[in-house]
Design a protein around this ligand. Structure first.
Ligand code: IDP
Length: 163
């Protein structure tokens, strides 16, 4: 049995990915990119964030000049939040999405998600946690481990990664 929790080691790293409203119609293509990268989608949900929820999610940016525009953007339609798991999942997903600004993304690697589906510095198609701490906070934001929201949330129980 090679596929035990122990042998998986850092393959068990988790990150929080979010497909932003303007890229939700590309969800199938994005899931293909995730599969190709060898990452597992271990939780997923589509949600329309309230402005207050979006402000909470992006609290670290509350004093930035782009904060209000960012909230307008991420509340303009539903987002798809996913917990991804795999080897160095945080960096692997950030590599897949590319740099914040889609024009930088296009000049670095035309295949990245932001290069393909991003429009400008704000409307850049996707979010990815930037550290283990933010991954934990952001996964807890969308997929709380306690409370009533748990009741109708499916668990990825058949996966030996998730023991
Ligand atoms: P990241 O999403 O690449 O980690 P952050 O600096 O954490 O980038 O910024 C969060 C989000 O805020 C970005 O993804 C983008 O949507 C928006 N944003 C960041 N910098 C700017 C900017 O200079 N102008 C407008 N929007 C920005």
């Amino acid at each position: 049995d090679n596929f035990t929790a122990k042998s998986l080691g850092d393959k068990k790293e988790k990150t929080l990915a979010m497909i932003k409203p303007d890229a939700v119609d590309k969800m199938g293509l994005i899931l293909d990119m995730i599969n190709q990268k060898g990452l597992l989608v271990t939780k997923a949900k589509m949600v329309l964030l309230s402005r207050a929820e979006a402000a909470q999610f992006y609290i670290e940016h509350q004093s930035k000049p782009f904060f209000n525009g960012l909230l307008d953007y991420v509340t303009a339609g539903p987002v798809v939040a996913m917990e991804l798991m795999g080897s160095n999942a945080i960096q692997a997903w950030r590599d897949l999405i590319g740099p914040t600004n889609p024009s930088d993304a296009r000049s670095q690697n035309a295949q990245s998600l932001r290069a393909k589906y991003g429009t400008d510095n704000t409307r850049n198609a996707a979010h990815g946690s930037d550290s283990k701490e933010s991954a934990m906070r952001e996964a807890e934001f969308f997929f709380p481990s306690t409370g009533p929201a748990r009741a109708n949330t499916a668990q990825f129980t058949n996966c030996t990664c998730c023991v």
